[in-house]
Design a protein around this ligand. Sequence first.
Ligand code: PLP
Length: 227
Amino acid sequence: MSQIARSLQETRARLERAARAAERDPAAIRLLAVSKTKPASAIREAYAAGQRDFGENYVQELVAKAEELADLPDLRWHFIGHLQTNKAKLAATVAGTIHSVDSARLAAELGRRAGGRSAPLVVLVEVNVGGEAQKSGCSVEQLGEVLDAVAAQPHLQLAGLMTVPPHTEDPEGARPFFRRLAELRDQHGGASRLPELSMGMTHDLEVAIAEGATQVRVGTAIFGARS
Ligand SMILES: *Cc1c(COP(=O)(O)O)cnc(C)c1O
């Protein structure tokens, strides 16, 4: 078994343990393998081990890898990085899901660019729950407006919320931010409108699952450290 296959197996086991500890169904939590900076060959290895959902942060890199891996038709690309409006067209062409919509303007542009797709583009709205100046994501105050802008677009499917909490040494430090994202979901239509909560990474996926994550985005634990 390759190192990546082994790491994937360990990560899936982590996810399942965390789900059971939270009395949740592990099958209701999707594992995204975050492959940014890693070569297409690493993605191929993960794919061979059964992984289908991959997260990328940079549009150029996503497009290049999607071309290289076009022979893997059921591979699902998730865009999780900061998205500039001028890259919306490319992202909307290649990705199935965008986790990082953070303005009404970006939602409108994606909606315009998603018209040629065979299926709606799935969209999550990223919230800067910690209010950090350097982080992307809309503010808590802007969230309602951004959600409405996504919902107004017929070629976009509003699916949920995403966040990256402020970094803390102790993964428990992320808990209040994950909990806040779940509260925001409840305040903006609940799970029927916003079924997905994209939160939790290598460092804190157990805490995220305990707080209701439906998608965890894991890079380092699967592919190793990034240089
Ligand atoms: C890089 C990245 C991840 C994965 O982080 P790891 O700590 O390597 O698991 C998850 N989400 C986002 C938005 C990222 O940029």
